[in-house]
Design a protein around this ligand. Structure first.
Ligand code: ME8
Length: 515
C-alpha cells in the first residue's frame, strides 16, 4: 500500500544572528509533528532552512563590516547545527542563496507576471526593516520618542522607490472564499480572525521589488530590481519540492498535503500573500497554516534585535535534549504565548519525566527482573481495574491523532501523561510489592499490565522525546517494526516471556548545582 504523503515546514529563519529559543521552539515542535506522522504511517517530508536575502541581512552585514553573503555563510551553518542538536528529523535544509532557489523564485515571478498580476509603479510608504514588511499609514503610530512604529512594535521608515507591484487587491474575494470554504486553512482561531479582518478591511496591491539595495534575487528582465525578500522566502517551500518541475515526484506527492508551521508574527505573509501568489501562479495551495505563539523568558519577549537571547545550545547542555524538548511542548499550549524559567524546566524534568514515568518504569521492571526470573510474566484474569487501565492506554492513539491534526501538541502530551499518572495510581493502589507474598499470581498480572502501559507510552512518546522513548522501548527489546503506531493498542500486547533486565534509569533527575 502506498503511504499517504505529508509535507511539513518551519519558517525559514533570518541568519542575521545566532539562533534563539524561538527558532528552536518552532523546530522542535515541527519535528514532533513530522515524527508523529511518520510513526502514524505517512510518507513525510519535513523542511527547514534559512532566509538569507533582504535589507535586514544587508544592514546587519554592513554594521559588521562584511557582505550579506558572508554573514549568511557564517550563520546558516549554526542553524543547521541547531537542527541536529535538537535531533530534528528534517529531510532537507534549504538556504535561499542556493542556485535551485534562484531558479524557482524566477519561475514563480514569471508565472505571476504571465497572469497579468505584476506591474511597474513607484512605492511611497512605511517599511520596517526588522519585520521586512510594508505597512499602511493607519497600521503605524508615532510615539512619544518621536519614532514611528509598526504593528509589531518595530520602527518603520519612509521609503520611496520604483517598484514592481503584485495585484493583491484582485485576490481579496478569492482569499475570503478560501478562508470561509476551508475553515481549517489556518489556525488557531485568534489568528484566523485577525487575518479575516485584515483582508475584509481591503487589500492594497503589494510592492514586490526593491531598487535601493541589491542583496536579493534579480527580477527577471531587469537590471536594477531585486525581489522583495518575502516573495523569494515563501517560495522556499516549493523550491525544496523541485519547483518549477511540477510534474516531478516530489512536487506531485508532497505538495498535495502541505502544512506550514510558523510564528504568529508572520501569519499575514503565509495566510494572505502566499496563497495569493500561488493562486496567481496557478499552483495548488497548502492545506494548513498554523501559527504558534511567542516565548518569553520570565515574561519578556526575546529577540536578536533586543539582545536578550537565550541560547538553545546552552539549554540543551544544561537540562538535556529530551528534557528541553519535553518542557516546551508540554508546558506551552501550542498556538499561545508561553513563559519559561529555570524552575519551570526543572519541575517538568523531575516531576513528569524522572518521577512519574522514570520511576514507574524502574520500579515495575526491577520487580519483574527480581521476582519473575528476568522475564515478563503472563497475566492472569484481568480485574476491572486492569481492564480500565488497559482501555485508557489503548484509547491514547485516537485522541493524540486528533490533537496532532490540530497541532495541539500539548494536548497530545497531556493525554499521554494522564495515562502515566493513572498508571502510577494503579500501581500504588494494587501494591504489587504486598502481593508478592500473599498473591504472587495477582502480582504478575499487575506487573504485566504496568509494563504494557509503559510500552504504549514509550511508543507514543517517541515524536516528542525520541532518544529517551527509544531507551524505554529498548527495555522490552522491541524490534523496529514494533515501535510504530500500528503496534499500539490491544492487538500487539507484550509477549509474556520477554526478557526483562533491571533497568538503569532512563530519565535522570535534574540536581541543582551548589553555588
Ligand atoms: O520571520 N518565540 O524569520 P525569523 C517563538 N525569515 N517564535 C519566535 C520567536 C519567539 N520569541 N521569535 C521568532 C522570519 N520566532 C522569516 C520567515 S518564512 C517563509 C520566512 C519565530 O528568523 C518566528 O515567528 O525572524 C518565525 O516563525 C521563526 O521564528 C523565524 O523567525
Amino acid at each position: 500500500m502506498t503511504k499517504k504523503p505529508f509535507f511539513i515546514s518551519t519558517a525559514i529563519s533570518y541568519p542575521n544572528g545566532a539562533p534563539h529559543i524561538g527558532h528552536a521552539y518552532e523546530m522542535m515542535a515541527t519535528d514532533a509533528m513530522a515524527r508523529f506522522k511518520r510513526l502514524d504511517g505517512y510518507d513525510v517530508f519535513f523542511l527547514t532552512g534559512t532566509d538569507e536575502h533582504g535589507q535586514k541581512m544587508q544592514q546587519t552585514a554592513e554594521k559588521l563590516g562584511m557582505t550579506a553573503a558572508e554573514l549568511a555563510d557564517r550563520n546558516a551553518p549554526v542553524f543547521e547545527k541547531m537542527a541536529k542538536a535538537l535531533n530534528c528529523s528534517n529531510d532537507d535544509f534549504i538556504r535561499t542563496s542556493q542556485a535551485r532557489h534562484y531558479e524557482s523564485s524566477k519561475a514563480i515571478w514569471k508565472a505571476m507576471e504571465a497572469s497579468g498580476d505584476i506591474y511597474l509603479d513607484s512605492y511611497a510608504g512605511w517599511y520596517s526593516v526588522r519585520d521586512e514588511a510594508f505597512y499602511a499609514e493607519n497600521e503605524t503610530e508615532k510615539r512619544e520618542d518621536g519614532v514611528r512604529y509598526g504593528p509589531q512594535g518595530s520602527p518603520v521608515e519612509w521609503t520611496e522607490e520604483e517598484s514592481y507591484f503584485f495585484r493583491l487587491s484582485k485576490y481579496q474575494d478569492k482569499l475570503i472564499e478560501l478562508y470561509e470554504g476551508q475553515p481549517d486553512f489556518m489556525g488557531p482561531s485568534e489568528r484566523r480572525n485577525e487575518v479575516m479582518s485584515f483582508v475584509k478591511g481591503g487589500l492594497r496591491d503589494l510592492s514586490i521589488s526593491r531598487t535601493t539595495f541589491d542583496w536579493g534575487i534579480p527580477v527577471p528582465g531587469t537590471d536594477n530590481h531585486v525581489m522583495y525578500v518575502w516573495v523569494d522566502a515563501l517560495t522556499n517551500y516549493i523550491t525544496a519540492l523541485g519547483y518549477p518541475n511540477v510534474d516531478g515526484d516530489k512536487f506531485q506527492n508532497y505538495w498535495s498535503n502541505a502544512t506550514h508551521i510558523i510564528g504568529k508574527d508572520i501569519i499575514r505573509f503565509h495566510a494572505v500573500y502566499w496563497p495569493a501568489f500561488l493562486m496567481s501562479a496557478g499552483i495548488p495551495l497548502p492545506k494548513r497554516v498554523y501559527a504558534h505563539g511567542f516565548l518569553f523568558n520570565r515574561g519578556e519577549k526575546m529577540s536578536k534585535s533586543v539582545g536578550n537571547v537565550i541560547d538553545p545550545f546552552g539549554l540543551i547542555e544544561e537540562y538535556g535534549l529530551d528534557q528541553t524538548r519535553f518542557f516546551f511542548m508540554r508546558e506551552v499550549p501550542f498556538g499561545q504565548d508561553g513563559n519559561y524559567s529555570h524552575d519551570a524546566i526543572v519541575n517538568r524534568t523531575n516531576a513528569d519525566l524522572a518521577n512519574d514515568l522514570g520511576n514507574l518504569a524502574s520500579r515495575s521492571l526491577a520487580m519483574i527482573a527480581k521476582n519473575c526470573d528476568n522475564a515478563l510474566p503472563a497475566p492472569g484474569t484481568y480485574s476491572s481495574e486492569d481492564l480500565a487501565m488497559l482501555a485508557q492506554a489503548d484509547a491514547m492513539l485516537e485522541k493524540c491523532q486528533d490533537f496532532m491534526d490540530k497541532q495541539l501538541i500539548h494536548k497530545a502530551l497531556e493525554t499521554i501523561w494522564d495515562t502515566v499518572g493513572e498508571c502510577n495510581k494503579y500501581f500504588a493502589a494494587q501494591e504489587p510489592w504486598a502481593l508478592r507474598k500473599n498473591d504472587p499470581e495477582r502480582m504478575k498480572t499487575v506487573l504485566y499490565v504496568t509494563a504494557e502501559i509503559i510500552r504504549q507510552v514509550g511508543i507514543l512518546a517517541q515524536p516528542f522525546i525520541p532518544d529517551s522513548a527509544a531507551k524505554l522501548l529498548d527495555l522490552f527489546a522491541l524490534n523496529a517494526n514494533k515501535r510504530d503506531f500500528s503496534a499500539l493498542g490491544a492487538g500487539n500486547r507484550l509477549a509474556p516471556g520477554t526478557p526483562i533486565e533491571k533497568p538503569s534509569p532512563v530519565f535522570p533527575r535534574y540536581v541543582e548545582k551548589l553555588e
